[in-house]
Design a protein around this ligand. Sequence first.
Ligand SMILES: [Zn+2]
Length: 459
Amino acid sequence: MKKKLTALMTVFALVCMMPYASDIVHAEDFANNQDYYDSVCQKYNKDSETTALCNRYRNWLSEQNKSLSGQVAGINSSIERLKGNIDALQSEINKNQSLIDKLDAQIAKNEAAIKQIQGVIKQLQVEIKQTEADIELRDHQIKDRMRSEQASIGTNAYVEFIMGAKDLVDMVRIVDGIARITENDQDEIKALEADKAKLDQQKEEQERLKKDQEAAKKENEDNKAVVVEAKAAQEALKSEYLKQEADLIEKMRSAESAQQAIQSQIARVDAANFNYEQSNGWIIPVQKAYVSAGTWAYPGGGFHPGKDFAASIGTPVYAPIGGVIVYANNPIPTTNGFLGNWVGYPAGGGNTIHMIGSVNGTTYAISFFHLAQENFLASPGMAVSQGQRIASVGHTGNSTGPHCHVEVFNLGNMSVEAAVAQFSRGADFAWGCGWRTQSTSCASRGYTPCRERPEKFFG
Ligand SMILES: [Zn+2]
């Protein structure tokens, strides 16, 4: 049974290693010949065989895009996980730091207590020494007195016996009851001895307290060493995580930029694959609107490079000619407009669309600004027919009320293909004409690209 299975697997492996016949015939190595397929597929007016080839190339690009999307999403979730780990570690590090701070404060307290106790001990030592000196002094005084009494008593042996006492207490014991030492002497010496014993006891007590504080300090220091070690390990792990995060972010950036490149290839292939309609006239992009500002000048003065179609929010915006959408972006909420709000691309445009098309053999580029976020129907690379709805009137960016600002550029006899390619390089919505002066108008400028008055085409 086992042998049979092994044989079967060998056959399977062989089959897997051999490419299918159909693959050999249709193998198109898109991965290694992208420049070639780009140049073939980004051209207009292809024959049907090339169009089919380019559709396959487009599908392949789309697969690459999908797989890059997957990669980006995967990397993103890894980054999120890492961020979670880093946050958790950071909170542990913070906890340990506050523990270290607490222990440091306790150690400082222990040190202060030890210092204070040492002072007390020093003071007690001085007092003990003083008391000892007092006792010694009394001892001498008594001995001296007894020596002087010796003559009158005349019992040398007795005095020698007393003098042989090993210390004062011993002597007091020996002479106790003998009238040679007065009761006063005895009381005084006993009081001094009691003082000294008390001081010794106090000193012992202070030394015991000092030992307690030293033991507490040692314990706090040992605990701190453990926490410091744990914190260092957590910090090492955190910096490892941060390094991993930086690597992942780098990987994600390169995947994203690869994805952007693929998406722009797709857009160009799509634009070239569309047999866009040559228009032979224009239609008005916003119906039933009133003109709130005409071209070249605002009613209140100032250069106005387009025509403003004022209409209520949500009013459809139509493609005035057939063509290709080269830019479309609607990240901005529909009613965020106000004067001097420079959001959007180009700055202040809010949600914007730029399209390129051809009318009676002349190529035109058209901008639409301040669009609504909702019912935004255009996307880059998309082909649109004349009259097709592409967006809705909004109030986004540098806008004082709901309207759609439209600009028209005459690109002359530049092909739509060349215009798409030029726009994709710089995304210049003004086609080198800038935003400041009427001198780039077609009436003033003797060459293209130039700014047309939209009124020329739609009233
Ligand atoms: Zn305007």
